[in-house]
Design a protein around this ligand. Structure first.
Ligand code: G3H
Ligand code: ZN
Length: 340
């Protein structure tokens, strides 16, 4: 079906108490994995094009991949710009057919962030395309740890200890970057944004789902504004309280999980790193099994399958399964193991 905008998708999710998963369109396999998972789960889904994907594939290619996949999809798909850098980039995306925009003005002073966001909201709304804006700053794990330190944390068999190390080194800084609820109210009024990506204690690019979310801040922001809230950096957030317990991670009273965040009113959940890691895991296992393989599809397809399972598991966790009206036939499934 044709692309849909994220506006109705998120408003319905907000009304009905679930969240829509937003996954990154990094290559053709990931795009197919996301669409196939959404079809199997009968869920609406957002495919987003990040700044990295624009550099890697080019805007034209990334956009064309999502459009082609969405056209064949039996579930609604929105094409979203992830962490848009400027007014100009948003306008270009509007022109090439994005159905959901984002401006990340977190590096700008607040007034400038508001000014640019308001301009983008205005032009987007002229043609019915909604905007998501960032308030506060959602940091990257690389802001606090060197690549060697990240590998060490990743390989630490004691998950609770790894979380403690992140808390000690980055906790206070992540907290200081969180969005201010009073500012959120003002920001929403002055920008006219349709969705708010508020910094609520998550960190971009974590290697595992182990990090506690500041659920107190999620609730405060929820009370300050009635707009759909967006959670970034969701790959690192602990999925459920049961998971936290199983992994020996103690949650403080003001902390929570992804499941808690959806209950508290988050309507869009961005997951990128976890999909990428699932894809790499599948491809790596295939390559280890068949080191002399000459057909790259036979290595990439197991990556697609892993990524698809991961995406489906998030869709279920977010409560989005069964929330799409399924129309027409599902996309052609990627079964190419014996392709020549
Ligand atoms: O904008 C993209 C997301 O916030 C993804 O973050 O890679 O930590 O899941 P993640
Ligand atoms: Zn993000």
């Amino acid at each position: 079906m044709p692309l849909v905008t994220s506006k109705e998708m998120l408003l319905r999710a907000q009304r009905e108490g679930y969240a829509v998963g937003a996954f990154n369109a990094n290559n053709m396999e990931c795009v197919k994995a996301v669409i196939e998972a959404a079809e199997e789960e009968k869920a609406p889904v957002i495919l987003q094009v990040s700044q990295g994907a624009i550099k890697y594939a080019g805007l034209e290619m990334a956009t064309a991949m999502v459009k082609a996949a969405a056209q064949r999809a039996a579930v609604p798909v929105a094409l979203h710009l992830d962490h848009g850098t400027s007014y100009d980039q948003n306008v270009i995306c509007l022109v090439v057919g994005f159905t959901s925009l984002m401006f990340d003005g977190s590096a700008e002073p607040l007034d400038r962030n508001i000014e640019i966001s308001a301009k983008i909201a205005e032009i987007g709304h002229l043609v019915g395309i909604p905007l998501e804006c960032e308030l506060g700053k959602i940091p990257k794990v690389e802001d606090y740890f060197s690549p060697e330190e990240i590998v060490a944390l990743q390989n630490n068999p004691n998950t609770a200890e790894a979380v403690e190390i992140v808390r000690q080194k980055a906790g206070a800084k992540v907290e200081s970057l969180m969005a201010d609820p009073k500012q959120a109210e003002e920001f929403v009024k002055r920008t006219g944004t349709d969705a708010l990506a508020a910094a609520m204690g998550s960190i971009h690019g974590m290697w595992d789902d182990i990090w506690p979310l500041r659920i107190d801040r999620v609730k405060e922001i929820r009370e300050a504004t009635s707009l759909p809230l967006v959670l970034h950096g969701s790959s690192g957030v602990i999925r459920t309280r049961k998971d936290a317990e199983a992994r020996g991670i103690k949650l403080l009273p003001n902390e929570g999980t992804l499941e808690d965040a959806v209950k508290a009113g988050v309507s869009k959940v961005n997951v990128a790193t976890a999909v990428s890691m699932a894809f790499l895991r599948g491809a790596k296992q295939a390559f280890e099994k068949r080191p002399s393989e000459r057909d790259l599809r036979k290595i990439l397809q197991p990556g697609l399958i892993e990524a698809k399972e991961l995406v489906a598991s998030y869709i279920r966790l977010l409560g989005a399964s069964g929330k799409a009206e399924v129309t027409g036939e599902a996309s052609e499934k990627s079964v190419i193991m014996h392709a020549e």
